[in-house]
Design a protein around this ligand. Structure first.
Ligand SMILES: Cc1cc2nc3c(=O)[nH]c(=O)nc-3n(C[C@H](O)[C@H](O)[C@H](O)COP(=O)(O)O)c2cc1C
Length: 214
């Protein structure tokens, strides 16, 4: 087929660097993204695989400052509550972590899964209905890497109450479940090592702990 790309060794090496340098970002510059960039990233996100080609991802661009503040307030409350699960040094360590970039990120995207979509006619979901949400996650990962390749950071916020977020955003679709709330913008710093590793919260696991053979 003409136009078929060749992913040569230099490209493979660069791609590996992209994986190594992708980071969950919580420290953002407030500079806005160039016009059209967010739409282009969302377009790329929709190239992700999905069960039965169901494309269940639904993206909500959260623009309204009042709604953004309500989301931030919900995060603050949930974060305070989560802190109670830890004691002593762990609690102090948790309190010192910055666990969202909601305060500064120029773009906020809430990502939902349309859990009753008829698109794809149920193919692949009978035995594993959860694959619909896995499909949405794959679109987020695609967006994440595409953003990083352009020097744009993404931070995934899960310390929020999905039903509250749905109310705050006035989502009329009963079957939409929240999968992620994303902060997107230019990072203040670039790092090869995850922030939670740098802060001594949780190290990376060696492959030997995550792979078994049968
Ligand atoms: C499903 C999911 C939810 C996450 N939620 C949060 C969150 O609420 N706050 C936060 O600071 N990081 C969150 N993260 C980011 C992880 O902490 C981060 O991916 C992990 O520490 C590894 O760092 P890295 O992404 O920079 O490699 C989340 C990541 C995933 C995949």
């Amino acid at each position: 087929m003409t136009g078929q790309p060749t992913f040569d060794k230099p490209f493979q090496d660069r791609l590996q660097e992209l994986f190594l340098w992708r980071r969950d970002v919580r420290h953002f510059k407030t500079d806005p993204l160039p016009k059209g960039t967010l739409n282009q990233l969302l377009e790329t996100a929709t190239l992700a695989p999905s069960v039965g080609n169901s494309q269940p991802w639904r993206f909500v661009k959260v623009l309204d400052p009042v709604r953004r503040k309500a989301i931030r307030d919900n995060f603050e409350a949930c974060n305070k509550d989560a802190m109670k699960d830890y004691e002593g040094e762990r609690a102090q360590s948790y309190a010192s972590l910055k666990l969202s970039g909601l305060d500064r990120a120029p773009a906020h995207i809430a990502v939902f899964c349309a859990t009753e979509t008829k698109v794809g006619q149920g193919l692949g979901q009978k035995t594993m209905p959860e694959t619909l949400k896995y499909s949405v996650v794959s679109s987020i990962q695609t967006l994440w890497l595409s953003a990083r390749a352009q020097g744009i950071g993404l931070g995934w916020v899960s310390i929020i109450q999905p039903d509250e977020v749905k109310k705050i955003l006035d989502i009329p679709h009963k079957d939409w479940d929240l999968v992620a709330y994303l902060c997107i913008g230019y990072p203040e710093e670039e790092h090869k090592v995850p922030e939670l590793v740098r802060k001594g919260w949780q190290d990376r696991l060696p492959l030997s702990e995550t792979v078994i053979e049968r």
